[in-house]
Design a protein around this ligand. Sequence first.
Ligand code: GTP
Ligand code: MG
Length: 195
Amino acid sequence: MKVTSVVFAGAAAQPGAYPKLPHPEIAFAGRSNVGKSSLINRLLDRQIARTSATPGRTRQLNFFVVNQNLTFVDLPGYGYAQVSKQERGQWQHLVEDYLIHSENLRGVIIIVDIRRGPEDEELALCEFFVYHQLPFLIVATKCDKLKRGQLQQQHKALTAQLGDYPLLLFSAHDGSGKAELWQAVLAFASDEERG
Ligand code: GTP
Ligand code: MG
C-alpha cells in the first residue's frame, strides 16, 4: 500500500464531538503503551501519531485521513493503572460512544503486546464487537521483542486462546506483518456500510 498523503483531521475528547468525515473508518484500540501510535506510524510510513515512553498520553480520539479516502482513528488507551477511576470511566464512555455511533466505522484493530496476549479487557472488547456485528482483528505487536522460538510458542498459545478470533503478528520496530495488516484494513474498508 503506497501512502501518498496523511492529514490530521481532528480530535475528539467528548462523546459526539467527532469530526464529520466522508470516508470509511478503521479504529485502533489497545491498552495504554501497547504500541498503538507506533503501529499507525509504521502503517503510514511517517511519524504522525504521537508516541511516548509515558503510558496514557493519547487521551482523545485522533482522526487521520489517509490518501483522501480512508480514516484512521487512534483511540485512547485503557488500563493505565495510575489514572483515577473517574477518568477511566470517562475514557470508556467516550470510546464506546464512538464505536456504537460512528456511521463510517468498518472495522477495529485490537492491539495487544505479543508477550502478554489478550487479557480480560481485550476479550470483553471482542465480545462487544461480535455483539455489535463490527469486524475486528487482533494484532499482537512488539514481536521483535521475542526470539524466534519464543515467538512461535507464543503464537501457538495465542491462537489456541483466541479460537475463532482472527490474529495477526506485527512489529512496528521492524515492520513485520505490515503488508498483511494493510490487506486486512483495506478489506474492512471496502466492506458494506453498517446496517
Ligand atoms: P499511549 O498512546 O500512551 O497509550 O501509547 P501507545 O499505545 O500509542 O504506544 P506507543 O506507540 O507510544 O509506544 C509505547 C512504547 O512502546 C514506545 O516506547 C515505543 O517505542 C514502544 N514500541 C511500540 N511498538 C513497538 C514494537 O513493535 N517493538 C518495540 N520493540 N517497541 C515498540
Ligand atoms: Mg498513543
